[in-house]
Each structure stands twice: as C-alpha cells, then as structure tokens.
Design a protein around this ligand. Sequence first.
Ligand SMILES: [Zn+2]
Length: 71
Amino acid sequence: MERKVFDLGDTVQMKKPHPCGTNEWEIIRMGMDIRIKCVHCKHSVLIPRAEFEKKMKKVLKTAAPKEESDT
Ligand SMILES: [Zn+2]
C-alpha cells in the first residue's frame, strides 16, 4: 500500500476542493490533528490525522525537500 508522505509547510491537494474553488491547501500544523489552510481564501480547518490521510489526494509542493544522497 502506498503511504502518503507529507510535512509541515507542504502544499497539498484534497479530494474535494474548497467551496471557494481552490484545491490547494498548506499544512500549517502537524500533530494528532492536522491544520490546513486554503491558499486562496486563507480559511483553515483542523482535521484528525487519519481523516486527513484519507481526504488528501496528493502533495503538490514540498516545503523542505528531502536530502538527496546521490554522490
Ligand atoms: Zn478557500
């Protein structure tokens, strides 16, 4: 099974877009619950982590790229 990888500051796409028409959310808090903010209207919502993983479609932008060790 594919595991979704996301981190603080990432921009993600959800399965359902926000009513404002945008489907880009920034992760602004990580923990037991995930807080995401709509990049367009700045509305933020708190979602339990398990639910977030179900509703998140994909990561659009990674805030902190993983270190690549291809020397
Ligand atoms: Zn919005």
